[in-house]
Design a protein around this ligand. Structure first.
Ligand SMILES: CC(C)(COP(=O)(O)OP(=O)(O)OC[C@H]1O[C@@H](n2cnc3c(N)ncnc32)[C@H](O)[C@@H]1OP(=O)(O)O)[C@@H](O)C(=O)NCCC(=O)NCCS
Length: 410
């Protein structure tokens, strides 16, 4: 029988959880790594599963905020570390964990759950859809040149110490994520990990450098966290500069940061993550010098309260559509909803009106931040149309420009 521990002794459960979760990923976790991670964890958000009294799986989440199109934010559970021991798989343990986790997240007031998937085949059945994508690029730093007419920002870039970075980066991050659909809040404890040197979790690489962009008044408005991997080929430097995270409060600031990194001496290649429709390729003379290493799903989004989320976001058009949302995993989240946009704000309420379009909750999650296409899903047979232009209206209502983007990894 599967049971989920009731947090009677959260610290003991956490210790077991760490061991089980690491083994699920085929790894071990040192006490130093556990200690680095501990400040991030709210025990009530972490769940340990047992099968026939044997601890065998876990799932956790961090409390955060997700930015919607238009700039409103909703409370979100950032789901992480879902794992089941290889000896206990395919017996329903992950499904039981997902069910409990979503229940508790909804009780705690989270309107959505979000995650990064290590395997894209797992989470659709639990109601998650791909809401943002990301692109890893590879820039040929010796060949790429920037157009003379590219936007540039007033101010300057400078390398800062970790201590300065800890003062500058969170402010920039917070300003940028609040106007970026898909943006996530990052807690102080997470910043300690990202800019620390534990090397224990996401970020925290002691070799990382931080470049900050400041405006004319000296206020930080962008940063890049990166490191250089040295390689000497036949006595010649052929280094790679790997960007971990690059964030600016405007496109011009981001382009200045990219340009500074691409101009770095001794570097052959610059790699890093960008929004799929980022302007970088449009501001170099030869766009082929900005190659795509991969382009794939990034933030998966699971709606827990359809009205609260869709009703808080902006609308791309003056339109309306009635959608029937099918939620096979958490049926009470689904239902029929009337979406009305006035070209500015979207309103969303349950309705008895006839449905014009029927879709699963994971597909609605994929459309929620404006990064998906209802018309494409309809062509793929995933959306059932009751009215011939319903998918077009839904796309117009939910569409955003630029594309949603999430640079926070958790
Ligand atoms: C992925 C993982 C958590 C699944 O755990 P599990 O207990 O075996 O999953 P369940 O038995 O509850 O399976 C639930 C459903 O998901 C399906 N499923 C599970 N893992 C899957 C996978 N990797 N790919 C596709 N489908 C998967 C099952 O077939 C089952 O489908 P059904 O509802 O149609 O019967 C587990 O295999 C694991 O820990 N893998 C390694 C770590 C990992 O990848 N974690 C995900 C981190 S984002």
């Amino acid at each position: 029988m599967i049971s989920i521990a009731d947090h009677e002794d959260p610290e003991a459960e956490l210790a077991t959880y760490h061991r089980v979760d690491a083994a699920a990923f085929g790894a071990t976790r040192s006490s130093q790594q556990e200690a680095a991670k501990r400040p991030l964890i709210e025990p009530s958000r972490w769940f340990l599963a047992t099968l026939d009294d044997e601890p065998c799986g876990g799932a956790g989440s961090f409390a955060t905020e997700l930015t919607l199109p238009g700039g409103a934010t909703v409370p979100a559970a950032a789901v992480s570390d879902v794992g089941v021991l290889p000896t206990h798989r395919r017996r329903g343990v992950a499904a039981a964990l997902m069910s409990r986790q979503l229940e508790v997240a909804a009780q705690e007031g989270d309107a959505v759950a979000v995650l990064h998937a290590s395997d894209a085949g797992i989470y659709g059945r639990f109601g998650y859809g791909v809401a943002t994508r990301w692109r890893q690029i590879r820039v040929d730093a010796r060949r790429a040149t920037f157009r003379a007419d590219r936007p540039t920002a007033a101010g300057r870039t400078r390398l800062v110490t970790r201590e300065e970075a800890a003062r500058c980066c969170p402010t920039v991050h917070d300003a940028a994520r609040q106007h970026t659909p898909g943006g996530l809040a990052r807690s102080a404890a997470w910043w300690d990990v990202v800019l620390g040197d534990s090397g224990a979790y996401l970020g925290g690489d002691p070799e990382q450098l931080v470049l900050v962009h400041e405006d004319d008044d000296g206020s930080p408005d962008g940063y890049a966290i990166y490191r250089v991997h040295q390689e000497w080929s036949g006595g010649q430097a052929a280094h790679t500069l790997a960007v971990w995270e690059l964030v600016g409060t405007s496109p011009a600031v981001e382009l200045d940061l990219w340009a500074t990194l691409v101009a770095h001496d001794l570097i052959d290649t610059v790699t890093g993550p960008i929004r799929v429709d980022h302007e970088l390729r449009d501001v170099v003379v030869d766009a082929r010098q900005v190659g795509v290493r991969w382009d794939q799903d990034l933030l998966w989004l699971r709606l827990l309260d359809v009205e609260a989320v869709l009703g808080a976001r902006s609308a791309g058009s003056e339109d309306s559509v009635v959608v029937e949302v099918v939620d096979g995993f958490r049926p009470r989240t689904g239902g029929r909803f009337l979406l009305v946009g006035d070209g500015d704000q979207l309103r969303c309420a349950r309705t008895e009106a006839p449905s014009e379009l029927r879709l699963d909750i994971d597909d609605l999650g994929a459309l929620t931040l404006g990064g998906g296409s209802a018309r494409a899903l309809a062509r793929a047979g995933r959306i059932e149309l009751g009215h011939r232009d319903a998918a077009t209206r839904l796309d117009r209502l939910l569409g955003t420009d630029p594309m949603p983007w999430c640079w926070v990894r958790f």
